[in-house]
Design a protein around this ligand. Sequence first.
Ligand SMILES: Cc1cc2nc3c(=O)[nH]c(=O)nc-3n(C[C@H](O)[C@H](O)[C@H](O)COP(=O)(O)OP(=O)(O)OC[C@H]3O[C@@H](n4cnc5c(N)ncnc54)[C@H](O)[C@@H]3O)c2cc1C
Length: 436
Amino acid sequence: MTPTGLPMDMTTTAKRRVLVSGASISGPALAYWLHRSGFAVTVVETAGALRDGGYPIDVRGTATEVARRMGILPQLQDTHIDLRRCTFLNADGSEVVSLTPSAVAGGAEGHDLEVRRGDLAAILYAMVRDDVEFLFGDSIDTLDQSGQGVDVTFRSGQRRTFDLVVGADGMHSHTRESLFGPEARFHHYLGYCFAIFTMPNTFGLSREVMMWNTPGKAAALYAAGDNDNDEVHAFLTFHQPQPPFDALRNPDAQRDLVATTFAGAGWEVPGMVNAIRDADDLFFDTAGQIRMPHWSNGRVALVGDAAYAPSFLTGQGSSLALVGAYMLANALATNRDHTAAFAAYERDVREFVAMNQALVDNGAATLFPTTARALEQRNTMLRDLVTMPSTTARPAHSALALPEFAGHRRGSRDRATTGGPCRRRGLRGPGPSGRR
Ligand SMILES: Cc1cc2nc3c(=O)[nH]c(=O)nc-3n(C[C@H](O)[C@H](O)[C@H](O)COP(=O)(O)OP(=O)(O)OC[C@H]3O[C@@H](n4cnc5c(N)ncnc54)[C@H](O)[C@@H]3O)c2cc1C
């Protein structure tokens, strides 16, 4: 260490250049920590601008601590959705039970947060946009590691060389495919498809979730705001033995598949199926996990869903993305040698990922039963929750003890100490809402 307390290489060598592919959750979070460690960071995002939309997401356990260290906890608390009620419905729309979110537990009371995905993405982007180069509307075409760095050709035709490249480009990562091979090798389908979109809140819902189920099908309306005229997040999920590969990249085919699957359904489902036709923010995907034996290849590594998507059934996608970004940046700040850094990242994060991915085997899908018997059992369990105390947070959410961050640059402001105290909020659980 130097007398300034900085690792020696940071004071004596040129900035290392890192290209991050993807500007959603893991990409900007990684960019923040890498910039803070003295890297020159470029983020390339295929969309023309930061992408809004998606269902509200949870930030829990270890990820809450990452948010605190970034200094964004107060903003997340301000955008936290304080749900009042979760109501479960039968096939005909009659009520099974109405619960406080705290009864449908799985989070740490007063600690975990639930925010709109777009709000989290915007908060992360705002943290780095002045310090990091963003290339919107472009993407990596080819990667060549044969030289001293990674020679990148972009779809725009631009060519540049970086010391390192990180794929933060989601479950269907192009970076992963070009380095490790087809997605089918790593994607473990969990038997569900889901469609998420917004529609007008003509239901008078306010800070609540209504969830309708029949065996193998669920529909939810999630009103995140107070305003009756606001939008609601609509969510339709269904059991499908094989993934509908043809529909995955074709929004019209997705709409048709949803319409066919939910034909004849009760409650507000026909209106939801109609609304999906007008939705300009449809997000359709399979519930699946990415499981890989390694998360790096040479000078290229993966982070977030690209490396270890846990599926919406766990509610942990964004939390793993935030924690993974922190740990990867910390490993790179600690180890000048990228091979050692990537090995450390994998060694330190893999068990945390495995525990969170294992939540799907430990009941994370019980809100979406596929048989009449399982649905009745679930309803009985939900009714029992009315009188039972709230369950406690799942150990997997907090299973990783974050190391102190190694990469503080001279003069960098410790946002964690300026972020204000952690205000306590209501319990956030996995919820009946099919959120990640
Ligand atoms: C608009 C949107 C809505 C979402 N809604 C939901 C939801 O409702 N439920 C759910 O379970 N999960 C949803 N997700 C996924 C969720 O955000 C992730 O599970 C989690 O937050 C991990 O984030 P990530 O940054 O690793 O990956 P993601 O959030 O998937 O982000 C990947 C980013 O990479 C970009 N990208 C993709 N390909 C390329 C490429 N070739 N080059 C450059 N950039 C590329 C994407 O546009 C995106 O911005 C959504 C993601 C997006 C982008």
